[in-house]
Ligand binder design. Structure first.
Ligand code: ZN
Length: 317
């Protein structure tokens, strides 16, 4: 029996058990927390609006781009995002691409959970995964995927079947390292295009992403301190700019070297002339300071601003 078949058998057995014992994860219970962005047009859904702190009671960084009810793009996969992915009603088989901003835990740790879940779906086409290059402290995207799923040395080598398209199921995961030049196309499918800009996040190799889909544009800042001009160039005239609100105004030291304060978010939004600003990656040090954050942003940017929560849907007008 192939391993995949064995897992399907186990899953089926569990389902029968649940039927007999009235398991609590019935569709009725799940639907209380679920929010799908299915429907017409392009919608961005925030799967994780929090940072690394579990006490923020939010999933860590992750976003989905929907088009006409299909989940096309996943950006980041921080802790808790796999559960939110399930709650959103999304489907791994529908993804054209996965984009990583960087490989801090709060942006990447649920990736294996999502991949294992996808094994129980019918995905036949390869899955491209794009993210940053590496350095002495961080793996490149190719190394990150290999460290997880390489058939001999990977942590989850039992899932290496995912890395090779096989006759009986399985699909190829295709990791790519991206330097991040806003003027260069990184990825194109029949539905969408993706561009990246290298951004400064301390010494961490990090990218911001722009997704163009259905005539709309969505830009994800990822984690950055806002230095340089790449993010403004990437975000130019974006319909939605999702920026990370990880530190309050006046942050200093390592916090400021890693993250942009609200005034800088406002400057970038204004310079790029984005149509709407969404604030995410909310942490304990910024939660409860929304009024101050908004007033700092308002000094530079007068467009619509929204503070994101998990599973929020933002239709792209
Ligand atoms: Zn982060």
């Amino acid at each position: 029996m192939r391993e995949g078949q064995m897992y399907r058998t186990v899953l089926f057995t569990i389902s029968l058990f649940c039927l007999a014992t009235l398991c609590t994860n019935s569709p009725l219970v799940l639907s209380a927390a679920a929010q799908t962005c299915g429907g017409e047009g392009v919608v961005v859904q925030v799967l994780g609006s929090g940072g690394p702190e579990l006490q923020d009671k939010r999933a860590s960084s992750s976003y989905l781009v929907w088009q006409d009810g299909e989940s096309r793009v996943l950006v980041d996969a921080g802790g808790g995002s796999a559960l939110r992915f399930g709650e959103s009603g999304a489907n791994m088989s529908q993804l054209d691409v996965i984009l990583f901003t960087h490989f801090h835990v709060d942006h990447s740790s649920d990736f294996p959970a999502l991949m294992f879940s996808s094994w129980f779906e019918e995905r036949a086409r390869p899955l491209p995964v794009y993210g940053p290059v590496g350095n002495s402290e961080f793996p490149s995207t190719v190394d990150f995927v290999g460290a997880l799923f390489n058939s001999r040395t990977g942590i989850y080598r039992y899932l290496s079947v995912l890395l090779v398209a096989e006759e009986n199921g399985g699909y190829e995961v295709q990791p790519h390292n991206v330097i991040g030049d806003p003027s260069s196309l990184v990825f194109r499918s029949e539905h969408l295009s993706a561009y990246a800009a290298r951004v400064v996040h301390g010494s961490v190799p990090a990218l911001a992403w722009r997704v163009e889909i259905g005539g709309k544009s969505i830009v994800f800042s990822g984690d950055t301190n806002g230095e340089g001009t790449g993010l403004v160039q990437l975000a130019k005239d974006a319909d939605i700019f999702i920026a990370h609100n990880a530190v309050p105004e006046g942050a200093t030291g390592v916090e400021r070297r890693l993250h942009m304060p609200p005034s800088v978010i406002g400057q970038i939004a204004e310079e790029a002339q984005v149509k709407r600003l969404v604030l995410s990656h909310r942490m304990l040090r910024t939660l409860g300071k929304e009024e101050q954050t908004l007033s700092e942003i308002r000094k530079n940017f007068s467009g619509p601003v929204t503070f994101a929560n998990d599973l929020d849907c933002f239709p792209v007008q």
